[in-house]
Design a protein around this ligand. Structure first.
Ligand code: NAD
Length: 260
């Protein structure tokens, strides 16, 4: 994938889990990952790990719901590297509860991180992408961009919403050579999922082993979790696309849990 040499790629939520692996894979392909996360120490630690492997990487503190922080992280990146070629909008959280008990504050918090975060980071990066007539935006969706599960009302709502945002950006961005796509993973064993296993066991009154086997992996073709590397493969496929022929699309990486 030679399309990555010298590309500057902001990855939100890149201090952990899926985003971290995406940053490593981009660096391995010759791109410069910008590790954007809530905590500068954690983002900086990831950047150092990448630098230790001989690649460039940059860390910025960015709460994706804070417009000023998003603008600053993007401005600092452009001040250092002169451009932004790729945005991977990946930061996210999960909160599980039935709708009837879902605190309104938690609904708003989750929607804000997933949707406001995607909007604000996109908006901040777009002016630079439009000026350069190049941009590849990848949103981290989920099988829950296509499917529903109990206890996940705001998450399913937000992940469906990202597909709408990608389609609009595909239309608006095309004349500036900006493509937008969504990657939709199944369950990946990251801190986000590890936290859910005991929570779902409690809500559904079943064992943690049964949550994994009979809830999370029930409909996969092989009973396997999706890996961070398998998700990164799909992200790099979209992020390295040579034209806007591939835009406004979504790709599910879920060991067959969801089939289009
Ligand atoms: P994770 O908890 O390992 O990592 C999430 C990262 O996002 C953390 O570093 C966290 O600090 C950061 N973050 C949280 N809120 C933020 C904010 N407001 N601003 C900036 N950074 C913030 O989770 P993960 O599993 O790697 O999830 C990454 C993305 O993948 C999320 O969008 C999630 O919805 C999506 N996803 C995960 C799975 C899964 O099974 N793990 C499946 C499908 C989709």
């Amino acid at each position: 994938m030679s399309n990555f040499k010298g590309r500057v790629a902001i990855v939100t939520g890149a201090a952990s889990g899926i985003g971290k692996q995406i940053a490593f894979r981009l660096a391995a392909e010759g791109a410069i990952p910008v590790i954007a996360d809530l905590n500068l120490d954690a983002a900086g630690a990831t950047a150092k790990e990448i630098q230790a492997k001989g690649s460039d990487a940059f860390a910025v503190a960015m709460n994706v719901v804070d417009e000023a922080q998003v603008e600053k992280g993007v401005a600092d990146t452009v001040a250092k590297y002169g451009k932004i070629d790729i945005l991977v909008s990946n930061a996210g959280i999960q909160i599980v509860k039935p709708i009837v008990d879902f605190p309104f504050a938690d609904w708003k918090k989750l929607l804000a991180i997933h949707l406001d975060g995607a909007f604000l980071t996109t908006k901040a990066c777009l002016k630079h992408m439009y000026a350069a007539k190049y941009g590849r935006v990848v949103y981290m969706g989920s099988v829950h961009s296509k499917e529903a599960s109990k206890l996940k009302a705001p998450y399913v709502t937000a992940k469906h919403g990202l597909i709408g945002l990608a389609k609009v950006l595909a239309k608006e961005g095309a004349e500036y050579n900006v493509a937008a796509n969504v990657v939709c993973p199944g369950f990946v064993r990251t801190p986000l999922v590890d936290k859910q296993i005991p929570e779902q066991a409690k809500e559904l009154n079943i064992s943690e082993a049964d949550v994994i086997k009979h809830v999370m992996l029930k409909d996969t073709i092989d009973g396997q979790f999706t890996t961070t590397d398998e998700v990164a493969d799909a992200v790099l496929y979209f992020a390295g696309a040579s034209s806007t022929a591939l835009s406004g699309q979504s790709m599910v990486v879920s060991h067959g849990w969801f089939m289009q």
